[in-house]
Design a protein. Structure first.
Length: 378
């Protein structure tokens, strides 16, 4: 949606805050649905959860494209948030199933390159569709794409790696997922909550840029929607090499110390966001945004690799959903908060200073999370 926000605002006469309010419906539903999605993936397998979520997300985009009233927009964003929650944690669990602990950081990094790759595609495609055919087309086309992807995923996804089988009986598995066992393994796991708080700061930064960057470039430098979408893609573009090499950097340059690498990257983000708040040059703005995009997207695969290390194996999906659910608070704030700040101060400078502070707060949260010591596979 971020690439066509200016078109939506112009067509529907909405303020920055109201657009953010619509998007907040997505992230509130996303946050509340995380834990159930992770639990269902642990209990019934990721394949079923991801397939159903994919089709529901496709339908939510279709309905959104035909919406005319504010409550329609919010309702279908809520449906989309519920659907999207059914993809992330179950997908993380799949990686945990397929790869041993020693290879998970690299595997997650490669897998999560899908996020910046398709963010770039969505920026370009949505900008083109929005300017050529109207903003509604930017939601109808994803309906077709997501329907095809969900169908293909149902055919090719496997819950376990080849030759690997569950050793538990159905009765044992039911016992494993009792309320008391989940409370002990997940809800009482203090490092998971701190890791979620750290990822919350990261998510606030990441989604603020992903959501508001095209609008920032459009309004500040008075370029076209298409150009704003193209230059905004620099941010996720550098996330591709960042996510791809994050495991290699962690294993060979930081001796598998995931926490140390995450803190180093976040300190860089703290500094770059502060510099951005005092920059008026278009060239320097793009370069700094690229640096922020590289650094912030370097951290996410390592966060979930660390989460796998400190979570009992059979609860990886539930643990990932807890961390991602807590972090969604940052995503929700990123939808409403920046719009309010922009409308209040009529400037992005204050926003960038707040983002700098959020990066530093994430560093502080991570300081209290131990490096994982768990050696067993899931």
């Amino acid at each position: 949606m971020s690439a066509v926000i200016p078109l939506v605002m112009e067509d529907l006469k909405l303020s920055h805050f109201r657009v953010g309010f619509i998007m907040s419906g997505f992230f509130i539903a996303y946050a509340l649905s995380q834990f159930p999605a992770g639990y269902l993936s642990d209990r019934f397998g990721s394949k079923k959860v991801i397939t159903i979520a994919g089709f529901l997300s496709a339908l939510s985009n279709l309905f959104f494209s035909f919406s005319t009233r504010l409550y329609h927009f919010i309702s279908f964003q809520i449906l989309n948030g519920i659907s999207q929650a059914g993809a992330y944690a179950p997908a993380v669990k799949l990686v945990g199933n397929w790869f041993p602990q020693s290879r998970r950081a690299t595997a997650l990094g490669i897998f999560l390159t899908c996020i910046p790759i398709f963010t770039i595609i969505s920026y370009w495609l949505s900008s083109f569709l929005g300017e050529s055919f109207g903003w509604r087309s930017a939601f109808f086309v994803p309906f077709v794409i997501l329907s095809c992807v969900a169908l293909i995923g149902f055919k090719v996804i496997r819950d376990l790696s080849e030759g690997k089988q569950w050793t538990q009986t159905g009765e044992e598995r039911d016992s494993d997922f009792s309320a008391s066992s989940i409370k002990t393994a997940i809800l009482s796991n203090r490092p998971l909550w701190l890791l979620g708080a750290c990822l919350g700061g990261i998510s606030f930064i990441e989604y603020t840029y992903l959501m508001w960057l095209p609008t920032f470039l459009f309004e500040t430098f008075e370029i076209t929607i298409v150009k704003a979408g193209m230059f905004s893609s620099i941010y996720p573009l550098l996330g591709i090499p960042a996510r791809f090499i994050t495991g290699w950097i962690c294993d060979f340059c930081f001796h598998s110390r995931k926490k140390t690498l995450i803190i180093t990257a976040l300190i860089g983000v703290t500094i770059l966001c502060f510099i951005l708040s005092n920059t008026s040059s278009f060239l320097w703005t793009i370069l700094i945004l690229g640096g922020i995009g590289f650094s912030i997207q370097l951290t996410e695969p390592l966060i979930f690799a660390l989460q796998m290390d400190i979570t009992p194996g059979r609860y990886i999906g539930t643990g990932a959903s807890l961390v991602n659910g807590i972090s969604s608070i940052g995503s929700i704030v990123a939808m409403v908060g920046p719009g309010f700040i922009i409308d209040t101060f009529h400037s992005y400078r204050v926003l960038f200073l707040i983002l700098s502070g959020a990066a530093f707060a994430a560093v502080v949260s991570l300081l209290f999370v131990p490096e994982g010591k768990r050696d067993e596979l899931c």
